[in-house]
Ligand binder design. Structure first.
Ligand code: MTE
Ligand code: HPA
Ligand code: MOS
Length: 774
């Protein structure tokens, strides 16, 4: 009996993404694929064409008169509260009434018979403004006296003043770190279907259905129990759908309830890029003191971020930048301050890494500065500063969490070996010394990333499992599928718990009707949280089934075992489906709700102390690049990665996450440039001008490995580690390698101080600058 030996789809096994075939065949259903009921209408946003202004008068008569238009929604049509701010600061109106705060801000929505009609009509508004002065970036906004969007954070440990006093060397500098557009394949979309009384169902591409639900209820002025939000899957989220869907869900729902007809809203790519938030760009001022060996003694950092006009998630994003300003390094004396700066730009938001990558880039810049100053290999500086353990006391972070699971030393050693870093670096230096037009660079950079939402209450999840009387299993959990493979992993956990084949489990859409009060699928915690909640539900059901088996056969519980697709009861072996049928006939309750909350974590923001993270994920990458010093063009010749996912739930999916995250991180730091003109208009608002990495930009040689010896020392789901965000920061090795290649034109005497994204244009300018410096 083959199926008695093992089940198909256990954890720790490669298993393809459950939607892979459907996606390739075009059969995977996204929000826009849902069959539209008769009478469905389409909405489109009308937006501002100034960055900062008072609205004197908004004449929408031409919009209303346009062909196919049914109605126009403005702030006056909002029955409840005109606010969709996720931060609770009430600073994000659906439609502003008095003031425009960024170029492209939504002001009203047209609802028409067709999307095309709505889109054309949205252009016809006649708005009379009083123009106000605007500031676009965090420095000019600070100079103009603009406020912060939320309270800043300070982290402090040790005695910074004394640290600088005793340090032999000291370097101060500034780095500008660019933002990033999410560029998900599927843009924002919401589709609202009105029901009786206050009811409305909203299908929405969102990472955070519960928040969309609460926002819709809030703007409609109805309780949350009137609103259902559903999402089967997203065509990518990357953080861009953690809060930014609120506006679309709200507009669709307001329209649907006002007209009592289904309303769908889907911005085109340009509007998606201009009207929704992105990764925060930062200006970081750093000051680092170090000894003659390159050991860091003191660090001071100011992290100013372009937050845009409202708070959105900028508080926790700028907090996480500070939490990662140490990367994998111990700072004996440290003071870090965030500056969540208000600007007259779109409100920036979550993006893979959630501020962490910006912190890590700043840390790596300091390492580079030290290496150039001391004329050493940056890898030696890195190693000299890695966190230690309880033996050397170099294991406390700037937020006073003790690092207990440090594996960065081993990861880096192994990668250094397998990538032949030292010999290749020596070759490159020799080759560059010949003075050719093409210069090469190589860098090996580490990553340490904290896992948990820093908002502690978010670290909870629920799941719901039904077993039907035919033995088929219906699985639902609070997480959302955005391509990362969460549903596959959670189903593997459940398949293994019941010892049934993966195919027996139906993965269903995420809906606020089944699991309430869920957190965003974010902070890489999807499988950690929902995997555990699902396991809890499965264990409850198994306990009931064991009781039933014992009672029905008069055997002791320890003789009952879940075997592959069977249940063993004493000497009897019953096929799973038969056993379930029996249990149903005996009136066993075959549905269970599971719950999980992350243990051990706590965080006191006021004092800057606590244990915000349950554990850390680690990784390292080594990249070699070549640059053309006459044009600034470059390519990545080879990248080697060793990444730690603990005991992987599904190695092939995790490898896919590592590869994708690396490429996305590389794109952020190299070609993806956001550029606003003086009027505050985003000019890189479409793939024609905004350059994400292409297949041809991947490293010519790409070796990706998971650290198969790693196991989470905390009791996470099957001892795995989160994988979604940490490998994003592996892309930093490309930036550092570019820096080395540039530095070669002046014999590595100066730190090139590249700003990011390091576009070919910036590389060329840096080469020219360094040549002039000599
Ligand atoms: N992978 C794909 N294919 N698509 C995505 O949108 N989002 C990333 C990451 N990997 C994303 C992705 C982000 S920002 C996060 S926080 C995690 O997936 C969320 O999913 P997880 O917690 O289940 O890993
Ligand atoms: N990460 C991602 N998303 C979040 C977080 C976080 O730490 N906090 C709130 N939303
Ligand atoms: Mo990911 S930025 O936490 O959605």
């Amino acid at each position: 009996m083959k199926d008695l030996q093992t089940i198909q789809g256990e954890t720790h096994q490669d298993l393809k993404h459950d939607s892979a075939i459907k996606q390739v065949m075009g059969r995977a259903e996204y929000t826009d694929d849902i069959a539209e009921p008769a009478g469905t209408l389409h909405a489109y946003l009308g937006v501002s064409n100034v960055a900062h202004a008072l609205i004197n008068r908004m004449d929408l008569s031409r919009v209303r008169a346009a062909q196919g238009v049914i109605t126009v929604l403005t702030a006056a049509d909002i029955p409840g509260v005109n606010d969709v701010s996720p931060s609770g600061r009430n600073d994000e109106p659906v439609f502003p009434t008095e003031k425009i705060e960024f170029h492209g801000q939504p002001m009203f929505a047209v609802i028409a018979e067709t999307r095309d009609a709505a889109r054309r009509a949205a252009e016809l508004a006649d708005v009379d403004y009083t123009i106000l002065p605007h500031a676009l970036d965090p420095i000019s906004a600070r100079n103009a006296g603009m406020p912060l969007v939320t309270d800043p954070l300070k982290l402090e440990r040790g005695d910074v003043g004394k640290g600088f006093e005793t340090a032999k060397n000291r370097i101060k500098g500034q780095i500008v770190i660019g933002g990033q557009d999410h560029m998900y394949l599927e843009g924002h979309i919401a589709f609202a279907i009105p029901g009786e009384d206050d009811d409305v169902i909203v299908h929405c591409s969102t990472q955070h259905p519960s928040e969309a639900q609460h926002m819709v209820a809030h703007v409609l002025g109805v309780p949350s129990n009137a609103v259902v939000v559903n999402v089967r899957r997203m065509g990518g989220g990357f953080g861009g759908k953690e809060s930014q869907m609120n506006l679309f869900a709200a507009v669709a729902a307001i329209g649907a309830k006002k007209l009592n007809r289904p309303v769908k809203i889907r911005p085109d790519r340009d509007q998606d890029m201009t009207a929704t938030g992105k990764r925060h760009d930062f200006v970081v001022d750093y000051d680092v003191g170090f000894d003659t060996e390159g050991r860091i003694e003191a660090v001071e950092g100011q992290f100013a971020a372009r937050c845009g006009y409202s708070s959105d998630l900028s508080g926790p994003v700028t907090d996480r930048a500070l939490f990662h300003a140490d990367n994998a390094y111990f700072y004996p004396n440290v003071r870090l301050n965030s500056r969540p700066q208000k600007t007259n730009t779109v409100s920036n938001t979550a993006f893979r890494g959630f501020g962490g990558p910006q912190g890590v880039v700043a840390a790596e810049r300091m390492i580079e500065e030290i290496a150039f100053a001391l004329n050493k290999d940056p890898l030696d500086i890195r190693k000299a500063n890695f966190y230690g353990d309880e033996n050397d006391g170099r294991n406390v972070t700037p937020y006073h969490q003790t690092v207990e699971d440090n594996v960065i030393g081993r990861i880096v050693e192994e990668l250094e070996e397998s990538a032949e870093y030292r010999s290749r670096r020596a070759d490159i230096i020799k080759e560059n010394a010949k003075g050719g037009v093409i210069r090469r660079g190589i860098a090996l950079t580490p990553v340490k990333f904290g896992i948990s939402f820093t908002a502690t209450w978010y670290n909870q999840a629920g799941a719901l499992i039904h077993i039907y009387s035919d033995g088929s299993i219906h699985l639902n959990h609070g997480g959302t599928e955005m391509g990362q493979g969460l549903n596959t992993k959670v189903a593997q956990v459940v398949a293994e718990a019941f010892q049934v084949d993966f195919d027996r489990i139906k993965i269903t859409k995420t809906t606020t009707e089944k699991v309430p009060n869920t957190s965003a699928t974010a902070a890489s915690s999807g499988s950690d949280l929902n995997g555990m909640a699902a396991l809890d539900a499965a264990e409850q059901l198994k306990a009931r089934l064991v009781t039933f088996a014992t009672e029905s056969r008069g055997v002791s519980p320890d003789t009952v075992r879940f075997m592959p697709n069977h249940v063993q009861i004493g000497d009897e072996l019953v096929p799973f489906a038969h056993f379930i049928k029996e249990a149903y006939m005996a009136r066993v309750h075959l549905s269970a709700a599971g719950f999980y909350k992350t243990p051990k974590i706590h965080w006191d923001r006021a004092s800057g102390k606590g244990r915000p993270f349950y554990y850390y994920a680690y990784g390292a990458s080594c990249s070699e690049v070549s640059i053309d010093t006459l044009t600034g063009e470059y390519r990545v010749e080879r990248t080697d990665i060793l990444h730690d996912v603990g005991r992987s739930l599904n190695p092939i999916l995790d490898k896919g996450q590592v590869e994708g995250a690396f490429i996305q991180g590389m794109g952020w730091l190299t070609t993806e440039e956001l550029w606003w003109d003086d009027a505050g208009r985003l000019r890189t608002h479409a793939p024609s001008t905004y350059k994400i990495p292409l297949a041809s930009d991947r490293p010519r040689e790409f070796n990706v490995k998971l650290a198969d010896w790693s196991e989470n020392r905390e009791m996470t789901i099957k001892r795995s580690k989160a994988v979604g965000e940490p490998p994003f920061m592996l892309g930093i090795s490309v930036l550092e390698a570019l820096s080395m290649a540039v530095a070669s034109v002046a014999d590595y005497r100066h730190c090139p101080r590249l700003e990011t994204p390091a576009t070919p244009e910036r590389i060329l300018m840096a080469v020219e600058r360094l040549k002039a410096q000599g």
